[in-house]
Design a protein around this ligand. Sequence first.
Ligand SMILES: Nc1ncnc2c1ncn2[C@@H]1O[C@H](COP(=O)(O)OP(=O)(O)OP(=O)(O)O)[C@@H](O)[C@H]1O
Ligand SMILES: [Mg+2]
Length: 250
Amino acid sequence: MSIIESNDLHLYYGNNEALKGITMDFDQGGITALIGPSGCGKSTFLRTLNRMNDLIPSVTITGKVTYKNNDIYSPKTDIVTLRKQIGMVFQQPNPFPFSIYENVIYGLRLEGKHSKEELDRIVEESLKAAAVWDDVKDKLNKSALSLSGGQQQRVCIARVLAVQPEVILLDEPTSALDPVSSGKIENMLLELKDDYTMIMVTHNMQQASRISDKTAFFLNGDLIEYDKTKKIFLNPGQKETEDYITGKFG
Ligand SMILES: Nc1ncnc2c1ncn2[C@@H]1O[C@H](COP(=O)(O)OP(=O)(O)OP(=O)(O)O)[C@@H](O)[C@H]1O
Ligand SMILES: [Mg+2]
């Protein structure tokens, strides 16, 4: 069953058409990698899936995106709820200048309906799921900004997990990190992929082939090819895909 679908999705920044009619669907669970050269529209597309482009005034969108068969661009959609269901992790770790504990429960504090015991439990579970509990369990009240970049990114992932999303969008989540930290995050994403639907932009072809189930290749605002990752990397159907993954351009 697909959990998110986009249908003939076009996005314009002013007159510049950045997405030229993207039709694709995402199965529940697993990791989909979005690949393609710089400027091809990967981040733009990712942001359309939880309406992050709403914040950019020049943007016009046509076509449709549905989450569990509901049109996310419908006026009835509550954006705060949508962004809890479809969480997002960015390229640069972006912890708030608060304690590690307060970072993780940020979304729950806004709801204001959890007891201290519940919050403690959620903090521990989320940090464990994000594979950073052992690093931080003795300093939960220290500032999240005091952590390394890789630890900060895992705390940011814990913050997303704490609100129990179904879908997690990740825009180059390891590109600002060293190989060891990236490896930890890759392993963690593999652990999470049965429980969450993850859609991840990456420039790292090894990363895409190591951890994703499906891969989508974008070029100039078009979706060129979308298939099982093995097929894309071993036997792509389109010449452009082959040229890109073999490093001929991009
Ligand atoms: N906020 C914005 N305002 C205007 N144009 C934008 C904006 N963001 C992106 N664009 C344009 O939209 C196109 C797609 O950009 P996007 O950031 O989605 O590409 P990308 O595939 O994520 O690239 P990269 O791999 O470099 O991150 C580019 O031509 C870019 O210049
Ligand atoms: Mg991008």
